[in-house]
Write a protein that binds this ligand. Structure first.
Ligand code: SF4
Length: 365
């Protein structure tokens, strides 16, 4: 059966190490390390974990000279391109570029001196790398000028963010520098959607989608998916970050799941689906699905595995799965490619599913 696909908007392409953002390339996944960048071993360990979880590009904070001094080693050993996140001090950008990073992120709210921006642009031109102009809702207000701030407060936040980016881009356009990625992040999903729709209308630079200070895992993930998922479904967005306070590896896993759910990324692992359970359920479906997920974690191919809570509706609802288990009381029926295979006692369910999945993987490869 043919399924509908997202029609993505055309943007310019920007190369970040071995990854292309925009220009029709697949939507890439980004996250950011939480370790002090100056701690090379800890930062590389987190970058490796992020890469294993599906992260295509990793951003690190370039806050102090000790951080940029560590970047040479980090870039050399990283399995994925590295972006230096620069705020307030443009010198950190120049040091990071000299250390070989693959992209710079500048915040228009706190690197405002045009001559400083020109120096960063020239260094990026010489190094052949791009710049993300990334505005956050917290840095668009001019707190140094009360009269200007009063004017700014009269405008909707999304318009203010677009205006901030548009003004900032003047210096890049004057310098004929177009290796740009744009981002505008709010903690509010609706604002993030509105501002990115507007940016997408106004510019053909690729967009980095995400939220800022979105919350802890439960709220941050849902807010991120609400905003980023809506925009992606409209064809907007070239690279994404799911953002919440906590382990960044979980951000990358969530981002990968979002892209796969929207068929913007092919699944290359076992995909576990499970019924929501109801009064007919005679097994602990949530615990079983988690056990099945862990048992199939090493499968490097897409296999759809369904864990269903009853034998009444389970077989029909799991029809499209490659392998399925439909639980009864103390036992379960195992299915492969829609066909009943056998019934096993509950303690043998995971083992039986692993056997069926192995057979499927062998058949597919
Ligand atoms: S598959 Fe069975 S147990 Fe699960 S939700 Fe449907 S009817 Fe309920």
């Amino acid at each position: 059966m043919k399924l509908p696909e997202i029609q993505r908007r055309k943007t310019r392409g920007v190369t970040v190490g071995g990854v292309r953002i925009g220009g029709g390339s697949p939507v890439s996944i980004q996250s950011m390390t939480t370790t002090p960048t100056a701690d090379v071993a800890a930062t590389l360990e987190q970058i490796d974990a992020l890469a294993c979880a599906g992260c295509d590009i990793v951003r690190v904070a370039a806050a102090a000279p000790a951080d940029t001094a560590a970047l040479g080693q980090i870039v050399a050993a990283s399995p994925v391109p590295i972006v230096a996140d620069v705020h307030f001090r443009f010198q950190r950008a120049l040091e990071a570029i000299a250390a070989g990073v693959h992209k710079i992120r500048l915040n228009p709210g706190n690197i405002t001196d045009r001559q400083a921006v020109r120096e960063v642009i020239n260094a990026c031109k010489d190094a052949g790398i791009g710049i993300r102009v990334g505005v956050n809702e917290g840095s668009v207000m001019d707190r140094t000028d009360p009269a200007r701030q009063a004017e700014q407060l009269k405008k909707p936040l999304d318009e203010l963010m677009v205006e901030t980016i548009t003004d900032y881009l003047e210096v890049f356009i004057e310098a004929d520098f177009h290796d740009l990625v744009l981002s505008a992040k709010s903690h509010d999903a609706i604002t993030t959607i509105a501002v990115n729709r507007a940016l997408s209308e106004r510019f053909d630079y690729p967009l980095h989608l995400g939220l800022t200070h979105a919350g802890t895992a439960a709220t941050g993930m849902v807010r991120s998916v609400a905003a980023v998922g809506t925009l992606l479904a409209e064809g907007i967005g070239d690279t994404i970050r799911i953002s919440f306070a906590g382990d960044p590896v979980a951000e990358a896993v969530a981002a990968k799941e979002l892209l796969a759910s929207l068929r913007l990324r092919r699944r290359d692992r076992a995909e576990i689906i499970a019924c929501p359970t109801c009064g007919r359920t005679e097994a602990d479906v949530a615990a079983l699905a988690e056990e099945v997920r862990a048992a199939l974690a090493d499968v490097k191919q897409h296999v759809l595995v369904a864990v269903m809570g009853c034998i009444v509706n389970g077989p029909g609802e799991a029809e499209g799965a490659d392998a399925a288990v439909c639980c009864g009381k103390g036992k379960a029926a195992i299915y492969r490619e829609g066909k009943y295979i056998r019934t096993v006692p509950e303690e043998k369910i995971v083992e039986a599913l692993v056997t069926e999945v192995q057979a499927l993987v062998e058949k597919k490869s």
